[in-house]
Write a protein that binds this ligand. Structure first.
Ligand SMILES: [Zn+2]
Length: 463
């Protein structure tokens, strides 16, 4: 039996229409009122838009943050200490997992500080960037076998400090991938009108992919998934429940930058028809990536993740190559005050650019990088259109864009993030977001509370 939904009096592309959904497809968009039918949802003139797509998230880290100790909300070192002592007191012989650690607010951290707080409890604390961990001594004992891999920081005497850099996948293997519930994450994303996400986790691996598969197939995660961290030889394991996107590559100034090696990697992926999605944050990193892309050549679908400091002299190259920059507008609000304190004056004009990228013809789309910033796209749309920090300062006022432009960064196809905006039209997949007012009114005050209903593949997932 097919499932049928009718939404009447909806504002679609500026017209009032009735939209009919059968199963997971839009089958009619009609200006005549749908009279006489029962079960019709009256939009009362409010906007019906395509479901939003967040082009860069980390689903399992989001779920783990909900279940572990969330340090992001804690303002200082004392609050950090209290939270870890409390968590250690109740965990027994399991792990305490904390995330959102920020050295600027919570103070320097190594295994000795952790041991003083938690004694013999196994603790792992994730840096807010997601790229580094600090473990207690008991935690280190549990994961370190005979060999010490690169990335485990050692002190002058050769003993581990507790700090692990870029060992996320390695650590996940050793502590065992717990299966955090994706139900809450799915519901939260639905409440924002999000019907699809691109998970950008580097080297996702079979264990973590399996947790995502279960989330999708059980229906607890209703969003359509695109995955960047899947190797070519793992493609078949993803078939039927997720789409494989460009290949995620990390470059890291701290570890060392090698333009020729990166160009070779890009070429290898391109040669099998796979675009690349390269993580680059600092000026040295973005310059290296652009240079390597110029050497290797670019292909449709290539992306730069973050591009936090992006010098304008790279623009023409990126524009000509059709590269999309996946920006994170929420950082302007959530981290802007900190940037204004610590970022080099030289880099400030190139920090989290948006408007000038578009003017230069560079493709732009948005991702939250959740849990690094909030997964709420409406906060990001507001930040992109005001460039205002939490404390009310302006960051890069010339990079301001219209709220409608920023919304568009969430309405594109996951495999063509800066391409055409998806539309509510016959034949389109029924990923829909019904707002509570006409679009112009919502965009004047971008806010998740305007999201009234969300349908993912025709199924009502938020009301
Ligand atoms: Zn990320």
């Amino acid at each position: 039996m097919s499932m049928r939904t009718v939404i009447s009096n909806a504002e679609v592309d500026g017209r009032l229409v009735s939209v009919v959904v059968e199963d997971d497809v839009i089958t009619a968009v009609d200006e005549r009122p749908s009279s006489g039918e029962t079960g019709v949802i009256d939009a009362k003139g409010a906007a019906l838009i395509p479901g939003l797509h967040d082009h860069h998230v980390h689903l399992l880290a989001m779920a783990a943050r909900l279940e572990g100790v969330d340090l992001d909300a804690l303002e200082d070192a004392d609050a950090f200490d209290r939270a870890l002592r409390t968590a250690a007191a109740s965990v027994g012989d399991g792990w305490v997992r904390a995330s959102g650690y920020d050295e600027h607010r919570h103070g320097a951290l190594d295994c000795r500080r952790l041991d003083a707080l938690v004694g013999a409890t196994k603790v792992r604390v994730q840096h807010r960037s997601g790229l580094a961990w600090v473990l207690s001594s008991a935690g280190l004992d549990a994961v370190l076998g005979d060999g010490i891999p690169t990335g485990v920081e050692l002190d002058a005497s050769g003993k581990p400090t507790g700090r692990l850099l870029r060992l996320d996948a390695w650590l996940a293997e050793r502590v065992g991938v717990t299966a955090p519930s994706l139900q809450n994450i799915g519901a939260q994303l639905s409440s924002f009108g999000i019907t699809g996400v691109t998970d950008a986790t580097h080297k996702l691996g079979a264990g973590r992919a399996e947790v995502l598969r279960q989330g999708v197939q059980s229906g607890s995660l209703p969003q359509s998934l695109t995955l960047l961290g899947v190797n070519d030889d793992e493609r078949s394991s993803v078939e039927g429940w997720a789409t494989v996107g460009p290949m995620k590559i990390l470059v890291d100034e701290v570890v060392g930058l090698d333009v020729d090696l990166l160009a070779k990697q890009i070429e290898d992926h391109h040669s099998v028809g796979r675009a690349v999605a390269i993580h680059a944050v600092s000026r040295a990193e973005t310059v290296t990536v652009a240079t390597a892309m110029a050497l290797a050549g670019m292909m449709p679908g290539d992306r730069i993740e973050h591009g936090s400091v992006l010098p304008t002299d790279l623009d023409s190259l990126l524009a000509a190559g059709g590269v999309t920059v996946i920006v994170q507008p929420a950082l302007v609000s959530e981290r802007g005050d900190h940037y204004l304190e610590v970022v080099d004056g030289e880099d400030l004009p190139f920090l989290h650019r948006a408007a000038t990228l578009l003017e230069a013809g560079v493709g732009v789309a948005a991702g939250s990088d959740a849990p690094v910033t909030s997964a709420n796209p409406w906060l990001a749309i507001a930040a992109a259109s005001t460039r205002t920090t939490r404390a009310g300062q302006r960051l890069g006022a010339t990079e301001r864009v219209e709220a409608a432009t920023a919304l568009g960064w969430y309405l594109t196809d996951p495999l063509d993030p800066s391409g055409p905006i998806r539309r509510v039209k016959v034949g389109a997949r029924a990923d829909l977001c019904l707002l509570d007012a006409p679009l112009a009114k919502v965009l004047a005050d971008p806010n998740a509370s305007h999201v009234r209903n969300t349908w993912a593949r025709g199924r009502l997932v938020h009301s």
